[in-house]
Design a protein around this ligand. Sequence first.
Ligand SMILES: Cc1ncc(COP(=O)(O)O)c(C=O)c1O
Length: 427
Amino acid sequence: MKFDEVREHFPIFKKLDAEKVVYLDNASTTQKPYEVINAVMDFYENHCSNVHRGVYRLGEEATEMFNHSRENIGKFIGAKDREIVFLRNTTEALNLLAYSLGSRLKEGDEIILSNSEHHSNIVPWQMLKERKKVRLKFINSRHDQPITPEDLSPLISGNTKIVSLTECSNILGNINDIKPISKIAHDAGAVMIVDGAQSVPHMPVNVKEMDCDFLAFSGHKMLGPSGIGCLYGKEESLEDLPPFMGGGEMIRTVTKENFTCEDIPIKFEAGTPNIEGAIGFSAAIDFLRNLGMSNVRNHEKDLISYTLKKEEESNIRDLISYGTRNIEKRAGIYAFNIGEIPKFDKENIISENISVKVHAIHPHDLSSLADKTYGVELRSGHHCAMPMTEDLGVSATTRASYYVYNTREDVEKLFDAISASIKRFGF
Ligand SMILES: Cc1ncc(COP(=O)(O)O)c(C=O)c1O
């Protein structure tokens, strides 16, 4: 499949193109192709049954489709099917790790995160900190540089037990090279966890090559349905991990006194799983494999480098953008501001002059105008990355994020909308 044919596979673009709407919030969630929609419908229409239970035909069909999905998704990241746990999303996967790995930690043990993490890779560890009195340390990286092994090394100590980092920042688009980071973590005897929510959908990812112990990602950010995501864990790491939730499915035996667990990965899948979600996710994987992940990465590299070029050419007064300008290390995410939007400190809230003190448009105003007037759908706010937003010295940013169906024309519309919005605000 070629990139100029991609849009035809997405029913929503018939409507959006007719309404002249440009969807640029793909880091949040992506649109779904017919292939995914049809796979989910086919399950409901022809194979609907629970899995791993009934020995009747429908039950066997559903189980086979579910198992195939696991195998297919595993292969996509270089993992065995035993190493793929189906969960709701990245957030649930990281919570599982904070709970299960965390149950083995003791007071004073250290976990290293970074200031560019999504809240889902911060809050579960903060909750663990409350339970276990562990210590959280943060790599405070600059917005215009990915995290390097040199950023991690000084934070490592004899107490480091976990390093948990994103492979790609959802606010900056910076891509962190995990392999050398993982080596440092492992040399220190720590577990390496990778948040792959923004990397697995956008670039070739191979868990064996990056040598992480765990990797979390979500189906809905890569053309699949919502409510289905995966935790990859090295076979031996998953074997060693205590279960997260108890209930049906995850057990082998239950007595009035006790229970024994199923083998991995089912040990972590209590209750009826999102069967149709897994099947739809697998169809999304087929779609992306058909495009080729190196091609997906190159397509997005082209869009972000075109964005940075348009930014330079457009010469928009007070446009500030964030993230590395090294295209090799930059995903298709573009966060920016028109003027510095001050943080919400008391002084600014009570200042009567705030609007004249700064030559700025608040991201909520900008994205609202860009949508209502120019049909360009952008995200505004902290993007669930408040620590980085804080470190940028602002309260919010506006973000455009691309995927396989976006085009250079979409980038042009983005800049037309920014320029026109600024004029509307009278700047
Ligand atoms: C880097 C990163 N990690 C984690 C998440 C959480 O993903 P989900 O909401 O699918 O759990 C997101 C979502 O935007 C993200 O961008």
